[in-house]
Write a protein that binds this ligand. Sequence first.
Ligand code: COA
Length: 179
Amino acid sequence: MLKIKYLNLLPLVLQVILKQIGDCSIRRCDPADLIPVMEINMKTLPEHYSDYFYESLLSELPEAFLVAEIEGRAIGYIMCKTEYGFSNFKKLGFVKKGHVVSVAVLDEHRKKGIGKALVEEAINGVQIKKCDELYLEVRCSNTEGVRLYEKLGFIIKQRLKTYYRDGEDAFLMATEFQY
Ligand SMILES: CC(C)(COP(=O)(O)OP(=O)(O)OC[C@H]1O[C@@H](n2cnc3c(N)ncnc32)[C@H](O)[C@@H]1OP(=O)(O)O)[C@@H](O)C(=O)NCCC(=O)NCCS
């Protein structure tokens, strides 16, 4: 019984700060962060997901499901998954790919380097899982997003026609890792 109680406390005591940007800490997401993460998603992006989907990404790839926190409050997140499929770089190559499903920072905390830190730490997370590449989709009109990813080494690989429900095209952007 004592053992179980102790285990329940583990997520609270073992939160490692991956990166600090001023008063903002980047750390792995905890199940208790999922509601705030969903709230940030609702405020910042038109693409929303079921509770189950958030939970499954957290259990599948906690190394790359991260939150940005200021004074105990989540203000940004990134969540990813892994897939096996054709390489975005090698012709006919079959590789393990990380996929950024969603990343966002609350409007009032943007342009402080938090988005960049989240993506950098997610790159470390998918590298822990030995992914060969990391890719994502971004609205063609999302210049902030495209510029951020380009700075971090992502390249536009494809234009996905009417990728979004409202008919907008996406850029598929990807980066390749060397180990
Ligand atoms: C895309 C997004 C996550 C970027 O987050 P962010 O925290 O603002 O990102 P950063 O601060 O790392 O970088 C953004 C800009 O701020 C600048 N910046 C970073 N630190 C800065 C500082 N201390 N002072 C001034 N500017 C700074 C960066 O150089 C960058 O400028 P640029 O766009 O001219 O190159 C954010 O705009 C967002 O949540 N958008 C809505 C959701 C979304 O579109 N998600 C992506 C979908 S794929």
